[in-house]
Write a protein that binds this ligand. Structure first.
Ligand code: KIV
Length: 253
């Protein structure tokens, strides 16, 4: 499959485009040989790889390290790297962080959470500089403490209107696509129909232009059950454990 560019991705509206997260070189090697459209080095690396309680703990240094590993492993995929918590709290800081991550990881795009006016200005500036940005609204895990937990957004009129306005504002600011995380599914569909850039859902129903999943959830690499919206295709936790257990047993024969 030919490496996609920004113009290709914008044309994938309504084409069911698929995104998976990735954090390491060898998994990136696998994804590089699949039909996957985009790889996201999400700050979910904090939860599933580093064992942090929330993504708030993830640093720019960590995103750079994991981003570089995935880039080396998946040279042929459109790569997006997350800007971590607190690294774009002002426009100046955001431009500095984005320049560092974009240059060091050689990603094709960066992602940041939220659509406050200063974030819209930052997105506008980054796209002018030449750094494509993926938006992210609904449940924005970096704000978990401010939001008061992890839950579905857009269930009442106020919240739905706010999300619709945020989505339109992000598009106007220049994002090339938008993640809708835990957005009520009818609203996610409505936003998808309203925007001309692709929407990528996670826990937002099936009517978005694409889906993103945390690869560790899809393959059930952890002890805990993945979130309800993700049906794992394997149970690598148990598979790996029993293979190791069998190896140990064989050594002791
Ligand atoms: O960090 C991440 O993996 C994400 C996706 C869940 C969208 O932001």
């Amino acid at each position: 499959m030919k490496k996609l560019n920004l113009r290709d991705i914008k044309k994938l509206k309504q084409k069911n485009l698929q995104v998976l997260t990735c954090y390491d070189y060898q998994t990136a090697n696998i994804l590089n040989e699949t039909d996957l459209e985009m790889i996201l080095v999400g700050d979910s690396v904090g939860n599933v790889i580093l064992g942090y309680e929330t993504t708030v703990e993830v640093t720019v240094e960590e995103m750079e390290l994991f981003g570089k590993a995935v880039r080396r492993g998946a040279p042929d995929k459109f790569l997006i790297v997350d800007m971590p918590f607190g690294s774009y709290a002002t426009i100046t800081q955001g431009i500095k962080t984005a320049t560092r991550l974009f240059q060091a990881t050689k990603a094709e795009a960066l992602k940041l959470e939220g659509a406050f006016p200063y974030q819209l200005k930052l997105i506008e500036r980054l796209t002018q500089v030449g750094i494509p940005v993926m938006g992210h609204i609904g449940l924005t895990p970096q704000s978990v403490h401010q939001l008061g937990g992890y839950y579905t957004h857009g269930k009442n009129q106020n919240s739905a209107d706010r999300l619709m306005n945020e989505a339109k504002a992000l598009e106007a600011a220049g994002v090339f696509c938008i993640v809708l995380e835990m957005v009520e599914e009818n609203l996610a569909e409505e936003i998808t129909k309203t925007l001309s850039v692709p929407t990528i859902g996670i826990g937002a129903g099936k009517k978005t232009d694409g889906q993103v999943l945390v690869i560790n959830d899809l393959l059930k690499m952890g002890r805990q059950m993945p979130p309800k919206f993700c049906t794992p295709v394997a149970d690598l936790f148990e598979t790996k454990k029993s293979l190791i257990q069998k190896y140990l047993g064989d050594q002791r024969l």
